[in-house]
Ligand binder design. Structure first.
Ligand code: TRP
Length: 363
């Protein structure tokens, strides 16, 4: 597998719940396109889920299965892409320990994504030691696969920046790479780890279907804000959610002029409706109070259900064969271990800690 001619990419998800439309346009869509041209590794970060939910192991286990099922249903092809479970790839943990020596503790704590999480999840001072450690763990998730590219959402960019810093440092310290080397030249200069590039999705953050926040700001779609449409929602649920969705609060009657800008209903059409002319025409009519929310919502229901229907069909097939999902993860984890073990051996060699050889076996 490691001799595959296709360039390798890696990305991952923390299993915190089912995938929704925000994930779809932010990353799933990207992965569906990339799985044909790249050797794709999709990591399920179950250890990261323990940073804030160590007391809920059963939920984490269920989320791992849910997220794998969601991806398969969405069209990730297990013959093209490799889905795997983080905690069954020990090389990642071993690299984490070594990488943790290459970054100042204060630098980790300045990571804006960690700061945001501490604020949003109200962790205060009570987060575990493993919480900041996960950021270094994510560096190891990535570098264990020496990928050419890492598709992520915007919120992950600080982790990717730290990945680039640690890759440079490792290559300079242990592979003799000159610190003045350009990022794209690190491998050519003898480095083991590429200074990776992030790749953002088509839509950076999709708005939710609920009301705006306390300052009138649009809120992103999120399970915890209860404003999400899930890939696993059935057709009726999608209809109910869309028909009840927040639009322009100042518009009482369909004959009132409506606002298109910052209106979630139109953001959804702009994101999902392939018929750009229809959207432009109806937006004009909406502005003039010539078309009501109900018609525009009705069309959105049709569009979303057309997108989700094939996903529902594939999901049904997997739900009737739950062992198949675990088998996909088993095969994927085996392939992931082959790559990560190779990376770890090379890293140990560079660090002069290659005392013995070993092989890993999985049942
Ligand atoms: N932190 C990412 C998230 O919550 C998940 C993740 C873990 C990840 N390891 C990764 C993403 C490696 C990209 C690469 O979404």
């Amino acid at each position: 597998m490691s001799s595959s001619p296709k360039p390798r990419i890696l990305t991952g998800d923390t299993p915190t719940g089912k995938l929704h439309l925000g994930h779809y346009v932010g990353s799933v869509e990207n992965r569906l396109a990339l799985q044909n041209g790249y050797d794709c590794y999709f990591l399920i970060a179950n250890k990261h889920a323990f940073t804030t939910r160590a007391d809920k192991p059963a939920e984490i286990r269920q989320s791992v299965i849910d997220i794998a099922t969601d991806y398969l249903a969405a069209g990730i092809d297990p013959n093209k892409a490799t889905m795997f479970i983080q905690s069954e790839v020990p090389a990642i943990d071993e690299l984490t320990f070594f990488f943790a020596m290459l970054v100042p503790f204060n630098r980790v704590m300045r990571n804006p994504t960690l700061k945001d999480e501490i604020r949003d999840k109200e962790l205060g001072e009570n987060y575990p030691f493993g919480f900041p450690l996960y950021a270094v763990g994510q560096v190891a998730d990535i570098l264990a696969f020496r990928p050419v590219m890492v598709p992520v959402g915007e919120d992950q960019l600080p982790h990717l920046e730290m990945t680039r810093e640690i890759a440079r440092r490792f290559n300079q310290l242990y592979c003799g790479v000159d610190p003045h080397t350009q990022d794209e030249d690190y491998l050519m200069a003898g480095g083991l780890f590429p200074v990776i590039e992030p790749k953002l999705g088509r839509v950076r953050r999709l708005v939710g279907i609920g009301p705006p926040g306390p300052n009138g700001e649009l809120l992103k779609m999120s399970k915890s804000l209860n404003n999400a449409i899930f890939l696993s929602d059935d057709a009726d649920t999608v209809k109910k959610k869309v028909m009840g969705m927040y639009t322009d609060p100042r518009r009482i009657r369909a004959t009132d002029p409506g606002t298109v800008e910052d209106n979630p209903l139109w953001i959804f059409h702009e994101t999902f409706n392939p018929d750009r002319n229809w959207v432009a025409q109806q937006q004009e009519a909406y502005r003039q109070g010539k078309v009501g929310d109900v018609l525009i919502k009705g069309r959105l229901v049709e569009i979303l259900n057309a997108l989700l229907e094939p996903i529902r069909q594939r999901r049904k097939a997997y739900e009737s064969r739950p062992d198949d999902v675990l088998d996909v993860l088993r095969q994927g984890t085996r392939r992931a271990n082959a790559v990560a073990e190779e990376t770890l051996a090379l890293a140990k060699q560079a660090m002069k800690q290659d005392y013995f050889r070993r092989t890993l076996s999985m049942s």
